[in-house]
Design a protein around this ligand. Structure first.
Ligand SMILES: Cc1cc2nc3c(=O)[nH]c(=O)nc-3n(C[C@H](O)[C@H](O)[C@H](O)COP(=O)(O)O)c2cc1C
Length: 222
């Protein structure tokens, strides 16, 4: 994995879409300071601009600010980490000491931090869908474009956020605590707040490793 942005100077205050995309990484350390409702409205409005199947707009968004509700959900988010995600991540960790292992430890520390402080984010947006098969993959395909729009909007407003979906390990319990109606399923929880650290470049493999021209034998030359 390389940092695809190191060659380019990044202006962290830029609101150019491409700069926003390049610096919209998961911001897992958040301040508890309140986020004005107007900004949450702007984020929701950005979400509603997203493509969705048949323009049916079956998405529903639960904004959670209530500390007691967030606190009741966090133990399930942590259990999913302890029981499912951490063992998987440990198994995938680089075996040799070096930069890749150091990066793995840094990443895991940030994931653990968010896990322990999940409920302390001042605002959550729970991205949901209404409908009979509300938890199906096909329905999710109509919710995640809105999620991405909201993450970009948060970044553009100087707010940190992370796409999280780990709660689905305990979907039934979490949805009950969130008080979702029976015909509404949840897909993601976005903890949002002012970031503790700075926005920075995303780390991704180069385009030529994952994009091809006309056949998979030929990497995209760009
Ligand atoms: C479907 C999905 C579910 C995710 N769930 C979680 C999660 O539960 N907790 C978390 O900390 N990050 C979660 N992430 C964020 C990814 O770990 C993150 O985007 C990836 O490691 C790349 O890091 P970056 O966005 O900081 O560049 C999720 C991302 C996706 C797409």
């Amino acid at each position: 994995m390389t940092d695809t942005n190191t060659e380019q100077a990044i202006d962290l205050d830029s609101t150019d879409l491409f700069d926003i995309q390049r610096t919209m990484r998961a911001m897992r350390r958040l301040k508890p300071d309140p986020v004005p409702d107007e900004l949450i409205t702007k984020i929701l409005e950005a979400g509603l601009c997203a493509p969705n199947g048949g323009n049916a707009q079956k998405w529903r968004f639960l904004v959670v600010k209530d500390a007691a509700i967030k606190k009741s959900v966090q133990p399930y988010y942590k259990r999913a980490y302890d029981e499912v995600q951490k063992p998987r991540h440990d198994a995938q960790a680089p075996k040799e000491p070096g930069p890749a292992l150091d990066q793995h430890h840094r990443n895991e520390a940030a994931i653990e931090y968010l896990t322990d402080h999940f409920h302390e984010a001042p605002v959550w947006i729970v991205a949901c869908a209404e409908g009979a098969n509300s938890a199906s993959a096909a329905t999710g395909a109509s919710v995640f474009p809105a999620v991405q729009n909201m993450l970009l909007a948060a970044r553009a407003l100087g707010l940190g956020a992370t796409l999280t979906a780990r709660h689905v390990t305990f979907r039934e319990e979490v949805e009950k605590l969130l008080g979702l109606p029976d015909n509404v399923g949840s897909f993601a929880i976005l903890p949002i707040g002012y970031p503790v650290g700075k926005f920075g470049p995303t780390r991704r493999t180069p385009v030529s490793d994952v994009a091809f021209l006309d056949s998979f034998d030929q990497p995209w030359p760009g």
